[in-house]
Design a protein around this ligand. Structure first.
Ligand SMILES: [Zn+2]
Length: 66
């Protein structure tokens, strides 16, 4: 096993597009991952509603280079 976390492939909860993500840290709703463009939209809406942004950890969508 290599370090740096496992990557998974799945459909976005919001748009249904398939994308790669790190299931340990990717933002998700009801256990289903949300892709990067969608989380940006979600965060804009949350800010408009006065809610805190969902934190997107570095490496959520691509393996971090060491
Ligand atoms: Zn999406």
């Amino acid at each position: 096993m290599s370090r740096g976390g496992m990557f998974a492939m799945g459909a976005c909860y919001i748009c249904g597009e398939f994308f790669m993500f790190n299931p340990e840290i990717v933002p998700s709703i009801d256990g289903q991952a949300i892709c990067e463009p969608c989380i940006e939209i979600v965060n804009r809406e949350r800010v408009d509603m006065g809610l805190p942004e969902v934190h997107v950890f570095p490496g959520s969508y691509s393996p971090m280079e060491v």
